[in-house]
Design a protein around this ligand. Structure first.
Ligand code: NAD
Ligand code: TYD
Length: 339
């Protein structure tokens, strides 16, 4: 197959592109705008493959998207491109709504026009909002997004589904839990805590740190998406979870233990507005239909991730230069220590 991947220079998209090029015979066209989160360094291991092509461009640019689809005639879209961070969506919602909603619309329109045989839309468990324990969202659970990020993902998720219902387009939707692993931009919890711990800096934990997330190793997520691409039923939604729920404070303490840093580095700071308390989902449907299940256990995955950040300190230094420092100041500068 020839697969048009969007956002393939980001964290999960680049893991998916590396997996496609090295472990399958598929051809890959990667369309990415190279925002602060897109980094071609993530793809050096595959850039010289004759089954890989990179195109720099914005998914909101209908003319560019149409021309690319007309030229390449892909067999499938796998759509990762997004503004993917809740805190940034709180600071500046506009690019989040544009890319996540309008960009998805642009891609769906191109796929409709050129009758692309498959369209996988990569969504998130955040569309379900916060769930009381011990409840787990199945795919029919109501959408109840809280942040501009998750609301924009819920919007694009519903839009993607509408193209199946209305136009009978072969759309499939995946909703995954929190990913972690190598190459993740140090704005999300785990890479930010690793980068700060390795640097001897304070670890800013929002509020009481008892918010719960389900952790999924990035390669397990990519295998889940591949299973949906290959075996999923058109029009269906598939949850992809790591089956490992943990409160943030426990995750942060594990990072400190594995990096040999003291817990006194933890700083409890002003909470995120609208902070969802708990995400939880069941991936039983994907397992039942495709045999997929998460393989990486959290402690091994976390140790492997930390080892990657230690071995790739120059990657961290480069992505944490100028613009990152401005973001850090905007997001954390006004937060006060709670104790
Ligand atoms: P990321 O922020 O690391 O990467 C996003 C990529 O999209 C970057 O390469 C960026 O340059 C590109 N991009 C952004 N705007 C674009 C535009 N207008 N046109 C073209 N390219 C653009 O994100 P990620 O963490 O790899 O997430 C990928 C997808 O997976 C997103 O759709 C996200 O909502 C979803 N998801 C992420 C998680 C997670 O834990 N990170 C969990 C579930 C679902
Ligand atoms: P994050 O990685 O931003 O993912 P999401 O908000 O999409 O789940 O955050 C994961 C959890 O960690 C979330 O409950 C917010 C919390 N968090 C902190 O406590 N401190 C931080 O500096 C960050 C980035 C996140």
């Amino acid at each position: 197959m020839k697969i048009l991947v969007t956002g393939g220079a980001g964290f999960i998209g680049s893991a998916f592109v590396r997996m496609l090029v090295t472990q399958t015979g598929h051809r890959v066209v990667n369309l990415d705008k190279l925002t602060y989160a897109g980094n071609l360094e993530n793809l050096t291991s595959v850039e010289s493959s004759d089954r890989y092509r990179f195109v720099e461009g914005d998914i909101c640019d209908a003319r560019l998207v149409e021309a690319l689809v007309a030229e390449e005639q892909p067999d499938a879209f796998v759509h990762f491109a997004a503004e993917s961070h809740v805190d940034r969506s709180i600071l500046s919602p506009e690019p989040v709504v544009k890319t996540n909603v309008f960009g998805t619309f642009t891609l769906l329109e191109a796929a409709r026009k050129f009758k692309t045989p498959r369209f996988v839309h990569v969504s998130t468990d955040e569309v379900y909002g916060s769930l009381e324990a011990p409840r787990e969202a199945t795919e029919d659970y109501p959408l109840n997004a809280s942040s501009p990020y998750s609301a924009s993902k819920a919007g694009s998720d519903l839009l993607a589904r509408s193209y199946f219902v209305t136009y009978k387009m072969p759309v499939l939707i995946t909703r995954a839990s929190n990913n972690y692993g190598p190459y993740q931009f140090p704005e999300k919890l785990i890479p930010l805590m690793i980068a700060n711990a390795l640097d001897g800096k304070r670890l800013p934990v929002y509020g009481d740190g008892l918010q719960v997330r389900d952790w999924l190793y990035v390669d397990d997520h990519c295998r889940g998406i591949l299973a949906v691409l290959d075996q999923g039923r058109a029009g269906e939604i598939y949850n992809i979870g790591g089956n490992r729920s943990l409160p943030n404070l426990e995750v942060v303490k594990k990072v400190l233990a594995l990096t040999g840093r003291p817990e006194s580095l933890i700083e409890s700071v002003t909470d995120r507005p609208g902070h969802d308390r708990r995400y939880a989902l069941s991936s039983e449907k994907l397992t039942r239909e495709t045999g997929w299940r998460p393989e990486m256990d959290f402690e091994t995955g976390l140790a492997r991730t930390i080892a990657w950040y230690q071995a790739n300190s120059q990657w961290v230094e480069r992505v944490c230069s100028g613009a990152y420092r401005d973001y850090y100041q905007r997001n954390y500068g006004h937060r006060t220590a709670l104790r």
